[in-house]
Design a protein around this ligand. Structure first.
Ligand SMILES: Cc1cc2nc3c(=O)[nH]c(=O)nc-3n(C[C@H](O)[C@H](O)[C@H](O)COP(=O)(O)OP(=O)(O)OC[C@H]3O[C@@H](n4cnc5c(N)ncnc54)[C@H](O)[C@@H]3O)c2cc1C
Ligand SMILES: O=C1O[C@H]([C@@H](O)CO)C(O)=C1O
Length: 456
């Protein structure tokens, strides 16, 4: 049945990402509900010579999902297709939200994701496409729990790509694809039996964490820590699987009034009086963070935490053995340059993998370091100097930028950083010879560079 595709496409739509830091006006914006509608949109784009960018839930803190051509959102292509309790495989359409799986589908089937990032308001296709990760020395990034992907190519042909059965040569590319290979129609995840996590958070000196890093990282299932610029202090988080029942104490006063609203107000003041930021960092640490506490909750409620207000972030991965040197360099740069760096600097650890564009590719033990500058009450604070220094420190040790976040790298840098980058490029050029799924971000990554035209 030939649809009047124009009735599907909306002109004048403004896309803005979650952090409201990047936006764009696609020529036409589509929200298809069926596979055939997706196929017809691609055929229409091909006929018009237009590029197509599929967007998930717009959480990438960069221009990765932006386009001036056609944008397809799968927010209405979000069904759960199959749940197999025996094999613990869950197959969902690309637009299915991880938070819906966490809240409804997985608990009802006694299942859970083995590891997650700090938020779940992400789509199944979006979360794997950028190599989203959580933390845990014995666990990989979320894409390492993928077992099968259905991918629609520009031609409308659907490829089933699985780890063990079909098109297995494409699998290590399709699991972290940046949206560059085609439309991910469905993802099959390998889950595990539902579990609670017992989390202990405790203050610690930066030196003590760094001098005993391997013990801390391997001392629990999921270890991570926050470093607080202008202190010598960290807040460590250990989380282990437990059969204990849920036991969560929360405090609106400390978590919301102080930890969100007063925090945001002081950082807003700090935008005008930068000398305030080191004082606020130290005060926050002492008043809110520097105490030991424990809680037991459903796994995703421990993995996720309140990411507070809108923000700019930059995150790079490095081999774990570089963690101590890099953090000391960052700490030194902030002090030497008297830069009003916001808290926290988030430090997480994952197991290496063999996915071609995974930022943990080929490194047995990987560390991710995430810096942040909030935009309190939408007040943009200067960050360029900090970002540049951070990128230099990370690139000097062979670090790899998070695909979802701000970076300026192009094909040449990635060829040096990813041993299988050219293999991925050959697969991309085979599956999408006319570059239909490219945008300006991906043209910087895969070929002709162009500066971002989507900054807010
Ligand atoms: C508050 C916050 C917290 C975060 N925490 C973490 C964290 O803890 N760890 C971490 O690693 N990252 C984290 N991120 C980054 C986030 O996980 C990634 O940006 C993720 O890719 C966003 O998913 P999304 O569904 O919003 O996808 P989008 O940002 O909309 O898209 C991401 C990419 O996926 C592609 N894509 C989406 N759907 C499809 C499809 N169906 N077919 C083909 N391509 C598709 C898009 O083209 C784009 O290239 C966080 C981001 C925010 C805003
Ligand atoms: O992009 C991200 O945002 C959060 C953190 O920076 C808090 O907001 C996180 O862990 C990311 O990877």
């Amino acid at each position: 049945m030939t649809l009047d595709i124009r009735s599907l496409g909306k002109p004048g739509y403004k896309f803005t990402n979650w952090a409201t830091t990047y936006s764009c006006y696609p020529e036409l914006y589509f929200e298809p509900e069926t596979t055939d509608e997706i196929r017809q949109i691609l055929a229409f784009a091909q006929k018009k010579g237009k590029k197509v960018k599929v967007v998930g839930n717009g959480h990438s803190p960069s221009d990765l999902a932006c386009t001036t051509d056609f944008m397809i959102s799968l927010k209405r292509y979000n069904r759960v297709l199959q749940v197999d309790k025996e094999s613990r495989l869950v197959r969902v359409q690309g637009g299915c939200l991880i938070k819906d799986l966490n809240e409804r589908i997985l608990p009802a089937n006694g299942l859970a994701f083995t590891v997650q990032g700090t938020v779940s308001d992400l789509t199944a296709a979006g979360v794997i496409s950028t190599g989203t990760h959580g933390t845990g020395h014995d666990f990989g990034i979320i894409s390492t729990f993928v077992r099968e992907i259905e991918l629609m190519q520009a031609s409308g042909e659907v490829l089933t790509i699985s780890r063990d059965l079909q098109n297995t040569d494409l699998f290590p590319a399709a699991c972290v694809s940046l949206g560059a290979l085609g439309v991910i129609l469905s993802v099959t995840f390998k889950c595990e039996a539902a579990f609670n996590l017992e989390q202990t958070q405790f203050p610690n000196s930066l030196n003590n964490v760094l001098e005993n890093l391997d013990e801390y990282v391997t001392g629990s299932d999921h270890f991570r820590f926050f470093y607080f610029p202008y202190t010598n202090s960290t807040l460590c988080f250990n989380a282990n699987r437990t059969s204990k029942p849920k036991n969560v104490k929360s405090s609106w006063f400390w978590e919301t009034l102080v930890g969100y609203h007063i925090f945001q107000f002081f950082y807003w003041l700090g935008a005008f009086i930068t000398a305030l930021v080191p004082v606020v960092n130290r005060l926050l640490y002492r008043v809110i963070y520097a105490h030991k506490s424990e809680k037991v909750d459903r796994s995703d409620h421990i993995f996720n935490f309140n990411c507070l207000f809108k923000q700019y972030v930059s995150e790079w991965s490095i081999p774990r053995e570089k963690t101590s040197y890099v953090l000391k360099e960052i700490q030194k740069w902030i002090i030497d340059n008297n830069f009003p760096a916001h808290v926290p600097i988030e430090v997480r650890f994952v197991k290496g993998d063999d996915l071609y564009l995974s930022p943990a590719y080929g490194w047995k033990d990987t560390c991710y370091i995430n810096i942040i500058m909030y935009t309190p009450f939408n007040k943009i604070v200067p960050r360029e100097k900090y970002w540049k220094a951070f990128e230099k420190i990370m690139s000097d040790v062979g670090g790899r930028p998070h695909w979802a976040k701000d970076h300026k790298y192009g094909r040449e840098e990635f060829q040096n950083l990813y041993p299988q980058f050219d293999t991925f490029c050959k697969i991309r050029e085979r599956l999408d010879p006319n570059g239909m799924f490219l945008n300006s971000n991906l043209e910087r990554v895969f070929g002709n560079s162009s500066n971002s035209i989507f900054k807010v």
